[in-house]
Design a protein around this ligand. Structure first.
Ligand code: GDP
Ligand code: MG
Length: 390
């Protein structure tokens, strides 16, 4: 049988973000390779083509999508999600990024800032990712002067979004050369990991709060039942605990818990887990649902929020929105239609930051400070934070 997960170090969730082809997946593979070659054997190498597969193909057993890889430095255990770069996948990035304790922004030293670089920084800010470390990738192929310029440009971008660009670590790396084993560049990956270890603080986990987990995926394991996967937002859950699937009337018992394919007795806030639910039919639970301690949360549908309406340059709309606008709201892993009321102003132009009242098409757990994205016709048009639940 499989070895149990033993919690020996703080666990953090991080991820790569940035423009397509800047080297996110290559860097992710390189990190696991460099760490797997350290003594101790805590990290397994995950090759590029195992990370870059579509999640549907990668689903296996009750393990989590392979776009999540795990690794250990001397001081920490990390779950790392390699976020897709295409604009079409921003939605996935939003739902993934909501759980991140920190992010590695990958910028090609050859190309500099591209539209999705800026879009991801903006979304990271909106969904509450507080710490970014920059990997200036492809440094093997760039010249120093150009790379210096790109670094300046990246620091400015981060400052513009409230990340204090002057103090953010910017590490020149080559994922590709590190994968090939070139010692100069494997050292660059070590330097990047040191920056992540020291710059991204160990988060405070609300392990004593009532358990809550947004559902990312639902799987059926033949002979065992229905499994939901996701990152625990708060609290602790143990095998044998009762839980409810909010808004569905389903109450059940957790009969199994796993992280990265290894059984565990208790999962806590911040962990990426799979929960086996007793007697729950496959179609009773979906991505976007929330599993929580019974009676601990009352889902709601009306709230006020501060929202940044993306400018056309940020990939947003070219025309204003007005009261009566009905886009999709991406809240945690859920995707819900909502009616927008802009109050006295009545309109908001691309580039504006405004206060709005929203009435969702269904109840979801809401609380002040919760981040969300607004999408329309497959693209992100706004990013906001809940101010007050009404
Ligand atoms: P992603 O779309 O951001 O995940 O980018 P990939 O990891 O798929 O890499 C895109 C392309 O850039 C591939 O052809 C890689 O081989 C190349 N690449 C990635 N990292 C480096 C690097 O450090 N140096 C060079 N020269 N090329 C790289
Ligand atoms: Mg990729």
């Amino acid at each position: 049988s499989k070895t149990a997960y033993v919690r020996t170090k703080p666990h953090l969730n991080i991820g790569t973000m940035g423009h397509v082809d800047h080297g996110k997946t290559t860097l992710t593979a390189a990190i696991t390779k460099v760490l797997s070659e350290r003594s101790g054997g805590a990290t397994s190498y995950v090759a590029f083509d195992r990370i870059d597969r579509a999640p549907e193909e990668a689903r296996r057993g009750i393990t989590i999508d392979l776009a999540h890889v795990e690794y250990e430095t001397d001081t920490r255990h990390y779950a790392h999600v390699d976020m897709p770069g295409h604009a079409d996948y921003v939605k996935n990035m939003v739902t993934g990024a909501a759980q991140l304790d920190g992010a590695v922004l990958v910028v090609s030293a050859l190309d500099g800032i591209m539209p999705q670089t800026a879009e991801h920084v903006l979304l990271a800010r909106q969904v509450g990712v507080d710490h970014i470390v920059v990997a200036l990738n492809k440094a093997d192929a760039g010249d120093d002067e150009l790379t210096d310029l790109v670094e300046l440009e990246v620091r400015e971008l981060l400052t513009a979004h409230g990340y204090g660009g002057d103090s953010v670590p910017v590490v020149r790396v080559s994922g590709l050369r590190a994968l090939e084993g070139d010692p100069r560049w494997t050292a660059s990956i070590e330097a990047l990991l040191d920056a992540v270890d020291t710059y991204v603080p160990t988060p405070v986990r609300y392990v004593d709060a009532p358990f809550l987990m947004p559902v990312e995926n639902v799987l059926t394991i033949t002979g065992r039942g229905t499994v939901v996967t996701g990152a625990v937002e708060r609290g602790t859950v143990r095998v044998g605990d009762r839980v409810e699937v909010l808004g569905t009337g389903t109450r059940t018992v957790v009969t199994g818990l796993e992280t990265f394919g290894r059984p565990m007795d208790a999962a806590q806030a911040g962990d990426n887990v799979a929960l086996l639910l007793r007697g729950v039919p496959r179609d009773a639970v979906r991505r976007g649902h929330v599993v929580a301690e019974p009676g601990s949360v009352v889902p709601r549908r009306r709230f006020t929020a501060r929202v940044h309406v993306l400018s056309a340059r940020e990939g947003g709309r070219t025309t204003p929105v007005s009261t009566g606008y009905r886009p999709q709201f991406h809240i945690r892993t859920a995707d819900v239609v909502g009616d927008v009321d802009l109050g006295e102003a009545g309109v908001a132009r691309p580039g504006d930051t405004v206060t709005m009242t929203v009435e969702l098409g269904r109840d979801v757990p809401l609380e002040p400070g919760l981040g969300f994205a607004i999408r329309e016709g497959g693209r992100t048009v706004g990013a906001g934070t809940v101010s007050e639940v009404l």
